[in-house]
Design a protein around this ligand. Structure first.
Ligand SMILES: Cc1ncc(COP(=O)(O)O)c(C=O)c1O
Length: 354
């Protein structure tokens, strides 16, 4: 599909690297393509960044047919820009779309839109350590209709934000609050989709955790609140007795993180034993007590690998040991970060040119 480009007449300056933060600044342009029943995707264009016009009856505003993705583009030492695992993100966007009865976009259209946008806004690519362009595709049901059924019109939009570190301040171990009464997702629900609905479901507990002095919520299984599912915007990992364990995906309640998959692959590359299985808070308590719990961390596109120092809940807590020198989690974080900027070999072909 041909993508038209309309350039802004008032380009802005990218803020200094140390002022970027996460998701606060946006580049000069966005990509948009529309979908109508019977017509499919049409009118792909890069246009100046600006507000979207939505009919007040647009069904996304009422019934939440709204999904998103999040991937990053990095600057290599030679100045070129490369996307990290864009095809995995495109596949996950289509999986979310199927679950929400929205049209699939398909990798070729999504990635040609992302590439055209990134080339148009190439001057926004920061270069300092830990910086990147965060690419945020999202799809919204635009049909003005108040009946409850899948909409017949959608817009896929991609915006881009130059970003620094996700968690403010110097790297530190996160304090995590395990939620033993509320739930984010139940088996059969939307948990595996990157649906906006999952994030609004998480806000109340996340705000309470913040007031208590915690960084993020650890979600447990909705039925018994025993098995670990995922952290606010990260998948959960622990190293117990030398084995790296992470919750398995089959219940369909957690997001299949691209970083999760990358970290599992790097573990296998190093010959580290990995297990994708049920893991409970009780197991963390028991293994912390008998000394076999070695470390825990969260993984995600925004934060990469973030160490966890403490896990608390209503009525209990586990102090997670700080592995010497940052441990395996820190080693995996720096390997993955090096791969992303081209400073270490990309053995799995995860980087793709823009
Ligand atoms: C709920 C949730 N879980 C896990 C992740 C980590 O996924 P990824 O590594 O693909 O960013 C994210 C972030 O995208 C998330 O929002």
């Amino acid at each position: 599909m041909n993508i038209s480009i309309t350039r802004t007449t008032s380009p802005r300056h990218r803020p200094a690297d140390d002022a970027l933060g996460f998701g606060k600044h946006f580049t000069d342009h966005l990509f948009r393509v529309d979908w109508d029943e019977g017509k499919g995707w049409h009118d792909a264009r890069v246009v100046p960044y600006g507000p979207l016009e939505l009919d007040p009856a647009a069904s996304a505003l009422h019934y939440g047919q709204l999904l998103f993705e999040g991937m990053k583009a990095f600057r290599a030492a030679d100045g070129t820009m490369r996307l990290f695992r864009p095809r995995a993100h495109a596949a996950r966007l289509d999986a979310s779309a199927r679950r929400l009865c929205m049209p699939e976009v398909g990798e070729p259209l999504l990635l040609s839109g992302v590439r055209t946008l990134l080339r148009t806004d190439a001057a926004w690519l920061p270069g300092g350590p830990g910086t990147s362009l965060y690419v945020r595709p999202f799809m919204v049901a635009t049909e003005p209709f108040l009946g409850v059924r899948p909409a017949k019109q959608y817009a896929l939009v991609v915006i881009v934000s130059p970003v620094g570190a996700y968690f403010a301040g110097p790297p530190r171990a996160l304090r995590i609050w395990a939620e033993v009464s509320r739930s984010r997702a139940a088996p059969g629900g939307l948990g595996a989709a990157k649906a906006a609905a999952n994030y609004v479901a998480s806000l109340f507990a996340a705000e309470e955790a913040k007031v208590r002095g915690y960084d993020q919520v650890l979600w447990l299984d909705a039925a018994r609140h025993e098995a670990i599912e995922e952290i606010g915007t990260m998948n959960f990992f622990a190293r117990i007795g030398g084995t790296v364990v992470t919750p398995s995906l089959e219940a369909g309640t957690i997001l299949a993180g691209v970083t999760r998959d990358s970290i599992l692959q790097l573990c296998r590359d190093e010959g580290v034993a990995v297990e994708e299985r049920r893991i409970t808070v009780g197991e963390l308590q028991a293994t912390a007590a008998d000394g076999t719990l070695q470390e825990a961390w969260g993984t995600g596109t925004a934060s990469l690998v973030a160490p966890i120092g403490q896990l608390s809940w209503e009525g209990g807590s586990v102090a997670i040991p700080a592995a010497p020198g940052g441990g395996l989690g820190e080693r995996l974080r720096s390997r993955l970060a090096a791969i992303q900027v081209g400073a270490a070999p990309d053995a799995h072909g995860w980087l793709e040119p823009v």
